[in-house]
Design a protein around this ligand. Structure first.
Ligand code: HEM
Length: 228
C-alpha cells in the first residue's frame, strides 16, 4: 500500500495494522525460540533418554541418573515455559496456564538442583566453566522461587517479570550456552578453553541484563503514559 493511502486510513484501521504487525513479529520471535529449543533437545538431549549405553553417555556415565533426571525434567520444563507467556491462553484457558505454571516451577527445582550439583562437578570443562553453570542454575532457582512467591501473594506484575527472568535463565542453560560453544570460529582467536569458559558466563549474564533493560524501559514508558 502506498504512503498516501496509509495517511488517509481511519485510526481504527491503522491500530489494527499495527497490532497485526506486532502479532506477526511475536509469532516469528516465538517460532525462533521454540525452533532453537527443538534443535538442541534433538541434537544433545534425546540420546540420554533413548540410548542407555556408556557410548551415548560418555563421561556422564558415572552420574547417569543425575543427568537423566536433569534432562527428563528439563525437557518438560522448557516446553511448558513458552506457554506461560501466551496472553491468549492466560485469558481463555486460565487452568491450562495455571497447571503449566506448576509444571514449570516444580520441575525447575529438580533441574536447578541437578544443574548446581553438576556445576560443582563439571565433566566438560574446568572450574570456571562449572561455576558459571552453577550460578546460572542458582539464579534460575531464585527467580522461579520469587515468581512463585509473587503469585501466591497476588502480585501479578511482579510474578510475570520473575517468570520472564526464570525463562531467560532456563533458555540460557539449554540454548545460548550451546550457541556460544558452537562458535568454533572464535577458537583460533581465544582458544578452546576460553571459549568453553565464556559460554557458561556470557550465556546468562548478557541475556539477563538485556531483559532487565527491556523491563525497566517498558516500566518507564507505562509511567510516562500514566502521567501524560
Ligand atoms: C537453568 C538452566 C540449566 C542449567 C543451569 C543447566 C546446567 C547443566 C549442567 C551443569 C550440566 C553438566 C555440564 C558438565 O558437567 O559439563 C548440564 C548438562 C546438560 N543439560 Fe542442562 N542445564 C539447564 C537447563 C537444561 C535444559 C532446559 C535442558 C534441555 C533438555 C538441558 C539439557 C542438558 C543436556 C543435554 C546436558 C548434557 C550435556 C551435553 O551432552 O551437552 N539443560 N546442564
Amino acid at each position: 500500500m502506498s504512503h498516501s493511502a496509509d495517511s488517509v486510513l481511519a485510526p481504527g484501521a491503522a491500530n489494527r495494522r499495527t497490532r497485526s504487525f506486532g502479532s506477526t513479529l511475536a509469532i516469528l520471535w516465538w517460532s525462533a525460540i521454540v525452533g532453537a529449543i527443538g534443535y538442541y533437545v534433538h541434537r544433545d538431549a534425546l540420546h540420554y533418554l533413548f540410548d542407555y549405553t556408556p557410548v551415548s553417555f560418555k563421561h556422564f556415565w558415572p552420574e547417569r541418573w543425575v543427568i537423566r533426571s536433569h534432562i527428563a525434567l528439563a525437557m518438560l520444563m522448557i516446553t511448558s515455559g513458552p506457554l506461560q507467556f501466551s496472553s491468549w491462553l492466560r485469558r481463555r484457558h486460565a487452568t491450562v496456564h495455571r497447571w503449566s505454571g506448576y509444571v514449570f516451577l516444580s520441575t525447575a527445582c529438580v533441574v536447578a538442583a541437578t544443574a548446581m550439583y553438576m556445576g560443582l562437578h563439571p565433566v566438560e570443562g574446568d572450574v570456571v566453566y562449572g561455576v558459571g553453570l552453577f550460578f546460572n542454575a542458582f539464579f534460575f532457582l531464585v527467580s522461579a522461587s520469587i515468581a512463585y512467591y509473587a503469585i501466591r501473594t497476588g502480585n501479578i506484575q511482579v510474578h510475570r517479570e520473575w517468570m520472564l527472568r526464570a525463562f531467560v535463565l532456563a533458555y540460557a542453560g539449554l540454548v545460548i550456552v550451546r550457541v556460544i560453544e558452537d562458535m568454533s570460529f572464535l577458537e583460533p582467536l581465544i582458544g578452546a578453553v576460553a571459549l568453553n569458559d565464556l559460554s557458561t558466563w556470557v550465556n546468562w549474564t548478557v541475556p539477563l541484563m538485556i531483559t532487565e533493560v527491556a523491563l525497566q524501559v517498558s516500566r518507564m514508558r507505562v509511567r510516562t503514559n500514566v502521567t501524560a
